[in-house]
Write a protein that binds this ligand. Structure first.
Ligand code: SF4
Length: 395
């Protein structure tokens, strides 16, 4: 298979640009045949508008093209980052909330597609024989049963994986219990393993409004006005990364996927259509998870955390800026073996980020009682939202 990628700026409507970008790599009829069941997978990780999630207009355009091509059924589906409400009983959102708040249900309705909430649908246990980290996973039945799979990621930076593009977008096709597994170690390899059993026919990347900096949720917006299409998830990620001003081989998912034969990362082996990378290249701000000196009133103790706890600590501190001085947090402790201040030195509350910090601070936590805020988990994903929620409720 020749790896093809097209790049187009939006000069007319989003629909026309999406159509033209797919036309450049063979046209929708070369991907969707009469009667096919199509599954379109946007990024619906959060209950927030683009660029946190895929632009519904891009998804609607693709769905309309599939209907026009004679598809028997067009489905749009995803499962949000962590459906905290569903699995833990707390959290800011459920998958149903995300679908509604991103207006993806309206995009489905307008295009004649069916919206599928993966969390309310069924999962299939799939063996991944050549998986390196993930040997099996519960994958959404509707993606496994589709004749055609269309991946529709949004262009974003990501503090754990550097970028989240086509390869990372499939974290949303596995159940929450499998999302949690291997999230700390080997997340990149896990994502690549998923692509070994779910083959993508077409990827249409939403680069209308992209995210830079502290992605995937709290980064800044970057207007790109672009649609990128391709028939190879590795090639499209390589091209998109270069457009973001990052060398393709700095992204571990791209490197691993290319090395394991899932597609092409070498730009000289990718057939390009439309605009050239150098004509549209931008300099994206990279994710910054430094935590010291971000919030002057709080003493930070870093006991060697991994990137996941660094990121959540930064997210927590960013959220604190919103509650300004209406809290009495004096310390934030994070890391595998953090130093503990003497109880007598501590005024107000102390935040412990991650199971490591919690486990290594038993005496201090016991002494603090209700003044200890424990952001539990490894990595502490839903709990960070739970604690931020509580603080905001307190303000
Ligand atoms: S709890 Fe410890 S091991 Fe887990 S993500 Fe945090 S620092 Fe890493």
């Amino acid at each position: 298979m020749i790896s093809k990628v097209s790049i187009l700026k939006i000069n007319d409507s989003i629909f026309e640009t999406v159509k033209k970008s797919i036309d450049l790599i063979g046209g929708i009829n070369s991907y969707v045949k009469e009667g096919d069941i199509v599954l379109i997978k946007p990024n619906l990780a959060y209950p927030y508008p683009p660029p946190a999630t895929t632009n519904p207009e891009v998804v609607e355009s693709i769905a309309k093209l599939c209907v026009k091509a004679g598809a028997g059924q067009v489905n749009i589906g995803d499962s949000t980052s962590y459906s905290c409400k569903n699995i833990l009983g707390y959290g800011l959102w459920s998958n149903a909330d995300v679908i509604k708040r991103t207006k993806m249900d309206i995009a489905a309705k307008m295009s004649g597609a069916r919206m599928i909430d993966f969390d309310m649908d069924t999962w299939k246990m799939i063996k991944i024989d050549d998986g390196i980290i993930l040997k099996k996973a519960e994958i959404a039945s509707s993606i496994m049963e589709a004749d055609v799979v269309i991946n529709v990621p949004v262009m974003k930076t990501h503090f754990e994986t550097l970028v989240t593009l086509a390869i990372k977008n499939y974290h949303g096709i596995i159940s929450d219990s499998y999302k949690i597994q291997f999230h700390k170690d080997d997340l990149n390899q896990k994502l690549v393993d998923i692509h070994k059993v779910v083959k993508t026919d077409l990827t249409v990347m939403d680069a209308t409004l992209a995210m830079e900096g502290l992605g995937p949720r709290l980064g800044g917006t970057k207007k790109m006005d672009m649609i990128i299409s391709g028939n190879d998830v590795v090639a499209i990620d390589a091209v998109a990364t270069e457009i973001m001003g990052i060398e393709a081989d700095r992204v571990e998912t791209t490197r691993l996927a290319a090395a394991q034969g899932l597609g092409k990362m070498d730009l000289s082996e990718i057939k390009m259509y439309g605009l050239k990378i150098e004509d549209v290249r931008e300099k994206f701000e990279l994710p910054d998870v430094r935590i010291s000196g971000i919030f002057p009133g709080i003493t930070i103790i870093e006991g060697g955390p991994c990137i996941h706890c660094y990121g959540r600590a930064r997210i927590f501190l960013e959220a604190l800026k919103e509650v300004k001085n209406k809290h009495d947090i004096s310390y934030l402790i994070v890391g595998t073996k953090p130093y503990n201040p003497d109880y007598s030195e501590v005024k107000g509350k102390v935040v412990f980020i991650g199971d490591c910090a919690i486990e290594h601070s038993t005496n201090l936590r016991n002494a603090l009682g209700k003044r200890a805020i424990c952001v539990d988990g490894c990595p502490p994903i839903p709990s960070v939202h739970r604690e931020i929620d509580k603080l905001k409720g307190d303000k």
